[in-house]
Design a protein around this ligand. Structure first.
Ligand SMILES: NC(=O)c1ccc[n+]([C@@H]2O[C@H](COP(=O)([O-])OP(=O)(O)OC[C@H]3O[C@@H](n4cnc5c(N)ncnc54)[C@H](OP(=O)(O)O)[C@@H]3O)[C@@H](O)[C@H]2O)c1
Length: 263
């Protein structure tokens, strides 16, 4: 059993994909550290997890000053970390001409620096042990871009550059990196997405209402994580977007503004 007795730290565990991964991993015998900002939601997720040795560890991924202390608390309690799932993230809606630098910085702080900060804090431990596994929640949008999601897309593209580079640096170790690229998954992501005025979008997009549930996504993702695959796209037809862009770049650039600008 690949997850049995593994110590797994999940960021963004208070809802959506993180919550579903936590429940799935608990059923497979993992011991979890559940992190996010909303403690009441984390406590609720904890109540739905199997097993009784899990830890709720409130954490804001943008507060990098607090990350070493958070990791120390994990090592104090469990003595080691096996898998870090860098899942916390926020979405963005709105064109670049409507938005400002402030939105770009806020999205990058959560989606990119939130991951790299926790990587810096945990990498010495993984190197010392000679093993470990980073699971990085990217997106189909980490490989393509569409109108009014440019900042979100950029934040996810940045993860690919960073973690593919890190993978190459670690090739002589047993430290694994899995980049997960979901298409549309039915979660709160669009509700919490930042719009140009800096507030939350506040509603669920049609694509997310009709999308794969987080539980189905988690089931597929756990199979990929167990096999330590390097990169995987999980979703509906939209998961083929990066393939189409690569094989038919001209067609892709013709279609995307015409199809996506209708939303
Ligand atoms: N749903 C999709 O269609 C989709 C598609 C592609 C990729 N993804 C990616 O999947 C990941 C999970 O998103 P989701 O769809 O499950 O959306 P979600 O339900 O909104 O979950 C986002 C999670 O991130 C946490 N979070 C946000 N800002 C944070 C911060 N500053 N510090 C700590 N935690 C923070 C939230 O917890 P708190 O608010 O409690 O802090 C929440 O647990 C994200 O990285 C997202 O980009 C989702």
């Amino acid at each position: 059993m690949p997850f049995s007795n593994k110590i797994v730290w999940i960021t963004g565990a208070s809802s959506g994909i993180g919550e579903a991964l936590a429940k799935g991993l608990s059923r497979k015998g993992a011991t979890l550290i559940l992190s996010a900002r909303r403690v009441d939601r984390l406590e609720r997720v904890l109540r739905h997890c199997e097993g009784d040795d899990h830890m709720v560890l409130p954490l804001d991924v943008t507060h990098s000053d607090s990350h070493q202390a958070a990791f120390d608390a994990i090592l104090d309690r469990f003595g080691r970390l096996d898998i870090l799932i860098l899942n916390a993230g926020i979405g963005q809606r709105g064109s670049i001409r409507e938005s400002g630098l402030e939105i770009e910085r806020r999205v990058m702080e959560v989606n990119f620096f939130g991951c790299t900060s926790l990587t810096h804090v945990t990498l010495p431990h993984f190197l010392e042990r000679g093993s470990g596994h980073y699971v990085v929640m990217s997106s189909v949008m980490g490989k393509i871009a569409t109108p009014r999601r440019a900042t979100y897309s950029a934040s996810k593209h940045a993860l690919h550059g960073y973690y593919e580079g890190l993978r190459a640096e670690l090739h002589e170790t047993d430290i694994a990196i899995t980049l997960l690229c979901p298409g549309y998954v039915k979660t709160e992501i669009s509700r919490h997405s930042l719009i140009p005025s800096g507030v939350e979008h506040g509603k669920m997009d049609a694509q997310h209402i009709e999308a794969m549930t987080a539980a189905v996504f988690a089931k597929k993702a756990l199979r990929v994580i167990a096999r330590k695959k390097a990169i995987t796209f999980i979703g509906g037809a939209e998961r083929f977007g990066p393939l189409i862009e690569r094989i038919f770049p001209g067609l892709y650039r013709f279609l995307i503004p015409r199809v996506m600008n209708r939303e």
